[in-house]
Write a protein that binds this ligand. Sequence first.
Ligand code: KIV
Length: 264
Amino acid sequence: MKPTTVTHLRQWKQEQRKFASLTAYDASFAKLFEEQGVKVLLVGDSLGMTLQGHDSTLPVTVADVAYHTRAVRRGAPACLLLADLPFMSYATPQLACTNAAELMQAGANMVKLEGGSWLCETVKMLTERAVPVCGHLGLTPQSVNVFGGYKVQGRDELAAKQLLEDAQNLELAGIQVLVLECVPTELARKVTEALTIPVIGIGAGNVTDGQILVMHDAFGITGGHTPKFAKNFLAQSGDIRSAVQQYIQDVEQGIYPAEEHSFN
Ligand code: KIV
């Protein structure tokens, strides 16, 4: 299978061809996802909640993400693989370089970090040193204690303006992909149209170039609280392979996320 690269993602954006991505944390699921046609996988620090049982992503370490990145890479050699730089692992540009190196050497194609324009220097430093970077704006879970909970972001005019400005600054600094989490659909549309790089949404409506779901949310294993944007594809499909195919198809056709999974 031909490896997916960021060039493909850019091309799909130009062609207005939507793509589906998932988080993955182990070789078996990664293999299954790749076999069903998922082209982009993320070893998210959501593993702190989905795998480790914490109530936030904050306890996750670089070693944790590297461990799961190695496993996912073995299972899905052709996927474009993103790995999260966890909480405080990119507090300075130098720290970001050291920790990004560990994730790239574990098999990631790109690292993801959460935050706005304050990260521009870090993004520039990483990209100059051959580490592709994905930004993450909106509800950035590592900032849960600043937000006072997992809340939709960019709802008022000022916050929306700031988010758009952050997205543009990060693109200028060199990010190659942006994840946009839990923002109103209209704001997601503005950001997606304003950027030339692919924007991947989660809880950002069906207007972004791609979608991502935490794999547990796609299979209805949400441990009590189900986010509004989540959909249990396993419930309607009956088996995991069909569920993944249904997810891909629904994203590609703009059926998922529907109005009921979006914020206005
Ligand atoms: O950690 C993660 O799984 C993520 C996704 C929610 C995008 O960052």
